[in-house]
Design a protein around this ligand. Sequence first.
Ligand code: NI
Length: 159
Amino acid sequence: MALRNVLTVDKENDSLRKKSREVEKIDEKILTLIEDMKETLYDKNGVGLAAPQIGVLKRVIVIDIGEGPIVLINPVIAYQKGEIVDVEGCLSVPGVWGTVKRPQEVIVRGMNEKGETVELSGEGLLAKAFCHEIDHLNGIIYTDKVIDYIDQSQIQQEG
Ligand code: NI
């Protein structure tokens, strides 16, 4: 395993703005990518990380809201319900936080590391993390959707 460098918007990294490609085969390379993403996420104390944030344009996300790692390959939002405005940050936009409107509840479909189709439901923080990370796979950064920027440097959650 290896720590990867997290790309940030201030360094004009095109990878953050490109649409990532679907993973067609779960091979050693993808499994190594996933392990590296987990290690990098925990090193940065983040809530979530998407592969394009480390310069790999593949549809892979890793999330941990404090309940253990969730890995999703080729994730899509299959269902969403409600609306909630909450604060977000992003490891690719360090030191900035802002409020974003997201669904209150989502069901996400994708593949796990074994190639099995899985459906996961999430509410609140987890729903927010799913939406934030899936946006990264489409070149969207949460700042594109910010309602208001906030000045609360004590907020630590970044995805
Ligand atoms: Ni992010």
